[in-house]
Structures are given as structure tokens and as C-alpha cells.
Design a protein. Structure first.
Length: 138
């Protein structure tokens, strides 16, 4: 690896405060796959045989959905509020003192109150789900 690449990874780790190893691994695998496909397409009949497929091949691992992680620290009390919302608690702006903080960081969205009047209801956004390490239940 070059010094420039190492420097870039160090900057990403330091300033974004997120690990880049998994993203880098995925990018390298995608690049290798693309290069292999490109070489095969241009090699024509000279291309080496494809690896075994079907029952002989190893099962392909299921890829996880890439969810963006928040790039800022979240207090444990705020995480508890997000977890309660994920568990189905219909928190409103009247019940959650820091609702504006959550909304400004795009962890929640505000929906109209189902009763037609009263405080707005908080709903987790994809970034809010990622903050607590869960996937939304559809």
C-alpha cells in the first residue's frame, strides 16, 4: 500500500470517526471482480475456465445492507429514547425533551399526530435505526 493510501485511511478514521476497513475491503473485492470480468471479456477464447458453479461451488455469503452510521456521539440516554421508539413507543414532541436535537441530526422525522391535533409524533429515520444497530420492521 502506498503512503498516500495509508494517509487517506488514517484521515478517514480520525476525522470521520468511523472504521473504513469494511468499506475498503468491499471496494477492493468489487474492483477485483470488475477487473476479472473485464479481462475475461477481452480474452475471448483464450480465457481460463470459469470456477466451478452450482452444487460444487461454495455458497455465496449473504451481504449485509450498508447502513450509514451517525458521525457524531450519541448519549446513552438519547440511545434509550431511540430504542423505545424502535420498540413501538409513540413518542411525541411533548414527551421527548430533545426532539429538536434528534430531528436536526436526522435521527427522527416528525409525523402529524394521528389524533388530528396535539404534538407531533416522532418516527425513526434510517439513520436513527442505524444508530441503535437495528433494521426497520416493514
Amino acid at each position: 500500500m502506498t503512503d498516500a493510501t495509508n494517509t487517506l485511511h488514517a484521515l478517514l478514521d480520525t476525522y470521520l470517526r468511523c472504521p473504513v476497513e469494511s468499506a475498503r475491503t468491499e471496494l477492493e473485492q468489487a474492483l477485483r471482480s470488475y477487473q476479472t470480468d473485464w479481462i475475461r471479456a477481452r480474452a475471448g477464447s483464450d480465457a481460463p475456465p470459469l470456477p466451478a458453479t452450482g452444487a460444487e461451488a461454495a455458497p455465496t455469503p449473504v451481504k449485509k445492507a450498508i447502513m450509514p452510521k451517525p458521525r457524531f456521539p450519541i448519549a446513552s440516554a438519547d440511545l434509550e429514547v431511540l430504542k423505545r421508539l424502535a420498540d413501538g413507543w409513540p413518542g411525541t414532541t411533548a414527551e421527548v425533551a430533545r426532539w429538536a436535537w434528534f430531528e436536526n441530526r436526522e435521527l427522527v422525522a416528525l409525523d402529524p399526530n394521528p389524533a388530528g391535533e396535539g404534538p407531533e409524533v416522532l418516527r425513526l429515520t434510517p439513520l436513527g435505526w442505524a444508530a441503535i444497530g437495528r433494521m426497520p420492521e416493514d
